[in-house]
Design a protein around this ligand. Structure first.
Ligand code: KIV
Ligand code: ZN
Length: 501
């Protein structure tokens, strides 16, 4: 059996999805979970993009030990040295270089001839190899590149010491048969191709990224680039969960291959990435969507009860659904709390643990049974911003069918108590208007969603919203057993994010 190397780029291409930005602490959380999931390579970021990206890649390199840590660079000396420096502390560092090779990019983006591009790529790979043994090279927009030039470029990259050659379908333009032919042609026309691993990197502009990635595997690619929940530029990247579960489920087709992924961590990872990026997973998303294992029609329900495989091709347990157990209650101590968080993949420092523990105690006073999903929500809420500018002190609402709702909110701004009062169309609107008065932000609500974290009438409610403040759109999240409080917290989370920018 041959291993298919899983290269996860959630923290780089995934984070390039509009609005999906993560702070350093959140990136670290995701990286720990990706390691637990068993991904072979974590593309941790693009260090030249910002000092914070550099620090995030560097911190991940120092703390995550099992996966290879990879850092992206353009074919520019400064990018390369920064990328190499960021991953230097990693046990197994990798530098990933990219340079566009298609006629369209050469003509309009670079205004350079093929020979010049070849020269830049060659010298860049040389620089990268001086800093790092493990170099991956991507001819960007490879699927729209003239084949002869692509073959020459790949041959040169391998000669210069690139160990992995990635073939990006940068704009998601290809279809599966085309990808199959391209990988086959590369294997047949690049004389030194046996010295490198062929990787595939597909975007989902036509909804073909998973099919294209699998087609590449059938043709000889042995590394697949993907992201959790398929997040990424524009329509996103090929999704890890779809590729891995397709290979696991269709053993009749992919029986010669295996991955190192612990599929039971898929659901947990999907939830974590969705929460931290504020990207909701659509209910009909394959594998991890809320409806992926739900059977609505009576005929289906009846058949599934008789024999699950009638309408279910995968066991939800295999991706970690339904593993959520009743675990803690109000009598649970700090020890049990910390142990459970470790099992769930959270690595908190003392300050974070303390904060999360008191929040847990507060929720446990109102909610008898605390499930894993509740715990994740509590912790993710508490570690989003450790030193917020604005803190909720209290709020009061007066609402009913015969009165105009009114709210009074008290916030703490760096030790100063500020109060705002307002009426509104409903209790949440009244609170938001009162908050506007305190913060002076005049926020426009662009999106508002409420979901229950677990079931039952004492379930934690979680509000995710987007606020437009001046020209910025910021997302926020808040949870509570009281949905108005969850909404107030989500508003405060969003304005704190804005302040931290
Ligand atoms: O889509 C793309 O071409 C990329 C490269 C940086 C590999 O993300
Ligand atoms: Zn990409």
């Amino acid at each position: 059996m041959e291993k298919i190397i899983i290269f996860d780029t959630t923290l780089r291409d995934g984070e390039q999805a509009p609005g999906a930005s993560l702070n350093r602490q959140q990136k670290l959380e995701v990286a720990f979970q990706l390691e637990k999931l068993g991904v072979d390579i974590i593309e941790a970021g693009f260090p030249v993009a910002s000092p914070d990206d550099f620090k995030a890649v560097n911190e991940i390199s120092r703390t995550v030990r099992k996966s290879v840590i990879c850092s992206l660079a353009r074919c520019i000396p400064l990018d390369i040295t920064l990328a190499a420096k960021a991953v230097k502390p990693a046990k197994r560092p990798r530098v990933h270089l990219f340079l566009a090779t298609s006629k369209i990019h050469l003509q309009y983006k670079f205004k350079k001839a093929q020979d010049e591009i070849m020269k830049i790529a060659r010298s860049s790979i040389r620089i990268a190899r001086k800093h790092c043994d493990d170099v991956e090279f991507s001819p960007e927009d490879a699927t729209r590149t003239e084949k002869d030039f692509l073959f020459r470029m790949v041959e040169m990259a391998i000669d210069e010491g690139a160990r992995t050659i990635n073939i990006p379908d940068t704009v998601g333009y290809s279809y599966p048969q085309e990808i199959y032919s391209l990988i086959t042609d590369i294997r047949n026309n690049v004389p030194n191709i046996d010295k490198a691993v062929i990787a595939i990197h597909c975007h989902d502009d036509l909804g073909l990224s998973t099919a294209n990635s699998l087609s590449a595997v059938m043709a000889g690619a042995r590394q697949v680039h993907c992201t959790i929940n398929g997040i990424g530029e524009r329509a996103g990247n090929a999704s890890l969960e779809e590729i891995v579960m397709a290979m696991k489920t269709r053993k009749d087709v992919f029986g010669d291959f295996y991955t190192g992924i612990n599929t039971r961590e898929i659901y947990r990872t999907s939830r974590l990435v969705s929460k931290l990026t504020d990207f909701m997973v659509p209910p009909n998303k394959a594998i991890v969507g809320g409806n992926a294992f739900a059977h609505e029609s009576g005929i289906h329900q009846d058949a599934v009860l008789k024999k699950r495989i009638t309408y279910e091709i995968m066991d939800p347990h295999d991706i970690g659904i339904a593993d959520s157990q009743l675990i803690l209650g109000k009598h649970s101590g700090r020890h049990a709390f910390r142990d459970r968080l470790r099992t769930l993949g959270f690595h908190l420092n003392d300050e974070q643990l303390n904060k999360a523990f008191w929040r847990f105690k507060d929720v446990a006073d109102k909610k008898k049974d605390i499930y894993d999903d509740d715990l994740r929500t509590i912790v993710e809420d508490e570690i989003r911003l450790m030193r917020p500018v604005w803190k909720l002190v209290s709020f009061e609402i007066n609402s009913g069918t015969k009165i105009k709702p009114r709210a009074a909110v008290v916030l703490d701004k760096k030790g100063k108590m500020l109060t705002g009062q307002s009426s509104g169309d409903g209790p949440v609107d009244a609170c938001f208007k009162a908050l506007d008065k305190i913060t002076d932000f005049k926020a426009k609500l662009e999106d508002f969603r409420l979901e229950a974290v677990t079931s039952g009438k004492d379930a934690l409610g979680q509000v995710s919203l987007k606020l437009k403040i001046a020209k910025s759109v910021v997302s926020g999240r808040g949870s509570s057993t009281d949905i108005v409080e969850a909404a107030v917290k989500a508003y405060i989370d969003a304005v704190n994010k804005l302040e931290s920018r």
